[in-house]
Design a protein around this ligand. Structure first.
Ligand SMILES: Cc1cc2nc3c(=O)[nH]c(=O)nc-3n(C[C@H](O)[C@H](O)[C@H](O)COP(=O)(O)OP(=O)(O)OC[C@H]3O[C@@H](n4cnc5c(N)ncnc54)[C@H](O)[C@@H]3O)c2cc1C
Length: 395
């Protein structure tokens, strides 16, 4: 039995941990955050790869953590539906998925408040050093430490992180907080509005209540807006305490003056239905859209997965799916090369690098069409999908 250590216990790390454990590995997850990861991210468009652990193990019914939409709608500036076609997507939220993965893995070997800071490998083992002073060793080290991966910086220091030139303003609104008019217009649909060098989308999600097992029906929106790098971006990413963040500002951290400007722009630029939704949002938050491409994912007994490897722009709605697919394929490779982790990683790597490149290229293209060229047309099918457009369909 191989011993695996996973750095990063978010959706990618946890899914990989579960698959590796299912395949007979002993697995320890070290997560930097000192508390379980509530409140990170928001809506997630599901792909079969994202929820493969649940559909295979049947430990949790995917339908109970997700909601569906049967229509793709485009609105014009006067809130009129100008294109409508059937679709079959399921949506969930970060918290809902994380909660069930965390429960499935258990807390015995999921260690919070432990950040990986360094590792060295020999021919037979990897020694891992944690920020707390703890040392551990393993046969396989999986680095699932996300967009700002310490492991990537260590293994591939020259890899650039590219700002795409736009941010996603995001919000989640409890369905009770919007008027029946807004709710009715947006129900059972994923709704898009194309604007000059900008676009907005809305879809329904269940938000996992932190205190009960209940899910609260909510609307999740994303408004992609071009913001030049330099002072305008720095202003937006500076939080209420005056600290400049590098990628995102969570709920409650965005400066009041920037929220006021968002509201003003919403009133001037969005269809009234969508402006109402933005104004009804308690604490909008911001993610700068980044991308990153790695040349390698396997390094002897160490590998990068998910956002620690390729960071794709969100337009394919496949980031979590890609992280989960990296983990699933890794577990398959380890199982088919018992006792030879290095050979397993060598076999695993080419397809995952190709997948990362393919998703990245597709999302760059979608971003260019929507934010730069204005060639994303009303009624166009969505670029959602992992291996190819369309594979996010789930009935
Ligand atoms: C606007 C936007 C919308 C999106 N929408 C979707 C969508 O609809 N569907 C979808 O599938 N994806 C979506 N994504 C992408 C998705 O959020 C990410 O791709 C996904 O969360 C990556 O998962 P991960 O586990 O690789 O990394 P992360 O979720 O970033 O997790 C990394 C973890 O590692 C921990 N960590 C960091 N450093 C260390 C360390 N040194 N030691 C230990 N732990 C560490 C962090 O605390 C964190 O918990 C979206 C992204 C954005 C920006």
């Amino acid at each position: 039995m191989s011993k695996a250590i996973i750095l990063g216990g978010s959706l990618g790390g946890l899914t990989t941990a579960l698959f590796l454990r299912e395949g007979g590995c002993s697995v320890t997850v070290y997560e930097r955050s000192s508390t379980p990861l509530v409140g990170l991210g928001a809506g997630i468009v599901l792909n079969p790869a994202t929820v493969r652990y649940f559909t295979r193990s049947k430990v949790f019914d995917v339908k109970a953590m997700s909601t569906s939409a049967h229509w793709l709608r485009y609105l014009d500036r006067s809130s009129r539906v100008v294109a409508e076609q059937p679709c079959a997507y399921r949506f969930s939220s970060y918290n809902a998925i994380y909660r069930e993965l965390y429960a499935a893995f258990g807390t015995d070997t999921y260690l919070l408040g432990e950040a990986g800071i360094a590792f060295q490998q020999t021919k037979t083992t990897v020694n891992v050093q944690l920020g707390s002073g703890r040392m551990d060793s393993c046969d396989l080290l999986v680095c699932a430490d996300g967009i700002r991966s310490t492991a990537r910086t260590h293994l591939l220091p020259e890899t650039p992180m590219n700002y795409a030139g736009y941010v996603a303003w995001r919000g989640i609104v409890d369905e009770n907080m919007v008027t029946p008019n807004v709710l009715g217009a947006l129900s059972d649909a994923i709704t898009y509005c194309l604007l000059p060098n900008s676009h907005m989308l809305v879809y329904p999600i269940p938000v996992a209540d932190s205190k009960s097992r209940k899910m609260r029906p909510s609307l999740n929106w994303l408004w992609y807006r071009n913001v030049p790098a330099g002072p305008p971006l720095a202003n937006l990413l500076t939080d209420r305490a005056g600290v400049l963040r590098d990628v995102s500002l969570g709920a409650g951290a965005v400066q009041e003056k920037n929220i006021a400007a968002l509201h003003q722009d919403a009133n001037h630029q969005l269809p009234q239905l969508l402006a109402e939704l933005v104004l009804a949002t308690n604490q909008p938050f911001i993610q700068a859209v980044m991308d990153c491409e790695v040349s390698r994912m396997a390094f002897g007994r160490v590998c990068l997965i998910g956002d620690a490897a390729f960071v794709a722009r969100p337009h394919a709605a496949a980031g979590t799916a890609k992280a989960a697919e990296d983990g699933w394929q890794l577990a398959q490779a380890i199982q088919t090369s018992p006792g030879d982790v290095v050979a397993a990683l060598q076999r695993w790597e080419p397809a995952q690098v190709a997948l990362g490149r393919q998703v990245l290229a597709r999302t760059r293209e979608a971003g260019r069409r929507a934010q730069v060229d204005n060639t994303w047309r009303i009624g166009d099918p969505l670029p959602f999908g992992l291996h190819s457009i369309g594979d996010s369909t789930m009935l």
